[in-house]
Design a binder for this molecule. Structure first.
Ligand SMILES: *Cc1c(COP(=O)(O)O)cnc(C)c1O
Length: 461
């Protein structure tokens, strides 16, 4: 299995190379050259299997020679052993035809643990073999950073630097990033917003001297290894609802488009998914794009669902690549236009996107009302991101079972949940002392060269 860039100007890579590299050298994102198919019988055989067994069956065709079967099974087992639920991704019923996929039983209480825990294991194995050392730099609106730090803390072949927007992440998110004591973990609070952080990370990857000097590696949601790990729970949940004998739809609270793109890959692999619904908060570039065909930047408005407060959605480039029939030069020219503020998607590509994705948006008021309603009527405490999802899902309900992805635990966003319901969501017992642990963080200016200097100095220690 080879991986190709969405901009068509970077060398093809193996799974291992694509995973360790993150962003392609032409600025594009890596995607598999072809999407492997699972037969009806292979999907049917997943009924009754453990999460780990399904994970192996779904991901194995993508990894080529990078790991042997025995190694890969071992990495999967280690990645999910620390989850607080035997099913890893349990499904609960909200209403007659509406289900919630709880993706928040990992160590940092958000779905990003599914990918990051596995990436941590895969990096350690691959780097251990080659004796190399890498510097992981990532931008976060909160959950990626905590998941990355949790996955890489204490690994000797890796330094991990996480840039987060100062004052714009929840206290639980911040503490999950600033309380680990391992010397290879570095939390940087940047005086800017998430898009500033993300843009600086991109710039570091495009600064080839810096990239070589520090052996830069990326684990942001553009990393193909992360998207791949997220394909698995579409299979486990759909199969438990009757797939492949029955269609299932999904609504996905969306920011950088990684999680919903994983759903699209599951569909391409043969999982019978009827609708894939993009749910956004008021930062609704994706919803507007799917409604109008114009992808145009606007400022970011802080919301109670901060992990979806984005202006541009980096993984959307992968969707565009397929919508443009994998024409890398068309994608590259649109991405150039984006620097100037936006672009109009061609008629054919727009049609392809509309055929693949539906969308909706929840205002702040609608999100709070959904948290309140689901507590009162269904006894379910939703985090604000999951509440955006259920609000949008309600508008797309039909005869097909709808699964809404619950992307974080309510205790990760206690203020918003308490305001809407009067109930303070408690942290699970295994992290109850989070508020007592001392914090360690570096405040950084919104300035690329200043941040590069901090990184160089720290890894030289
Ligand atoms: C990251 C995140 C999202 C958005 O996921 P994308 O893959 O970026 O679309 C939604 N909810 C929560 C809680 C998150 O952490």
């Amino acid at each position: 299995m080879r991986y190709i860039s969405t901009r068509g100007q970077a060398p093809d890579l193996t799974f291992e190379e694509a995973m360790l590299t993150g962003l392609a050298r032409d600025g594009g994102l890596y995607v598999p050259e072809t999407v492997p198919q699972l037969s009806h019988a292979q999907i049917a055989a997943m009924a009754g299997q453990t999460y780990e067994e399904v994970a192996f069956a779904v991901m194995r065709p993508f990894i080529g020679e990078t790991f042997t079967d025995a190694e890969f099974k071992d990495l999967i087992a280690k990645a999910y052993a620390g989850f607080g639920h035997a099913a890893r991704a349990p499904l609960v019923q909200l209403a007659p035809n509406h289900f919630l996929l709880e993706l928040f039983h990992g160590p940092t209480l958000a779905f990003k643990d599914f990918a990051m825990q596995l990436i941590g294991q895969m990096f350690q194995k691959a780097l251990g073999r080659s004796g190399k050392r890498v510097t992981i730099v990532g931008a976060t609106s909160g959950d990626t950073g905590s998941a990355a730090i949790e996955a890489f803390r204490g690994l000797d072949a890796v330094d991990v630097f996480i840039l987060y927007p100062h004052g714009r992440v929840s206290e639980v998110q911040r503490r999950q990033m600033t309380t680990p004591t391992e010397a290879n973990v570095h939390a940087l609070a940047v005086d800017g917003d998430f898009d500033d952080c993300q843009a600086m990370v991109k710039d570091m990857f495009n600064d080839f001297d810096f990239r070589e000097a520090v052996s830069l590696a990326g684990v942001n949601s553009i990393n193909w290894g992360r998207v791949l790990a997220q394909v698995v729970y579409y299979f486990t949940s759909a199969v438990s609802l009757g797939a492949p004998h029955r269609d299932v739809s999904f609504t996905v609270p969306t920011g950088n488009f990684g999680d919903i793109f994983a759903g699209y890959i599951a569909k391409r692999m043969g999982l019978p998914i009827a609708d894939l619904v993009v749910a956004t908060n008021t930062n609704d570039i994706l919803h507007r794009t799917l409604e109008t065909g114009a992808y145009t930047k606007e400022g970011v408005t802080p919301t109670i669902s901060p992990s979806m407060d984005i202006q541009v959605s980096s993984n959307f480039e992968r969707a565009l690549f397929d919508a443009y029939d994998r024409d890398g030069s068309a994608v590259a020219s649109q991405m150039d236009d984006l620097k100037a503020g936006g672009f109009q998607i061609s008629q054919g590509a727009y049609q392809a996107l509309q055929d693949t994705y539906k969308s909706g948006r929840a205002s702040e008021g609608e999100t709070k009302a959904a948290i309140k309603r689901y507590r009162a009527q269904h006894g379910e405490l939703l985090c604000p991101h999951s509440a955006v999802g259920v609000h949008v899902a309600e508008a797309h309900q039909g005869p097909t079972p709808m699964v809404t992805l619950a992307t974080a635990h309510p205790a990760k966003f206690p203020a918003a949940v308490e305001e809407a319901t009067g109930v303070h969501p408690p942290l699970p017992p295994r992290m109850a002392d989070l508020y007592e642990r001392p914090e360690r963080v570096t405040r950084a200016a919104n300035d690329l060269s200043a941040i590069q200097a901090i990184i160089k100095e720290r890894i030289a220690r």
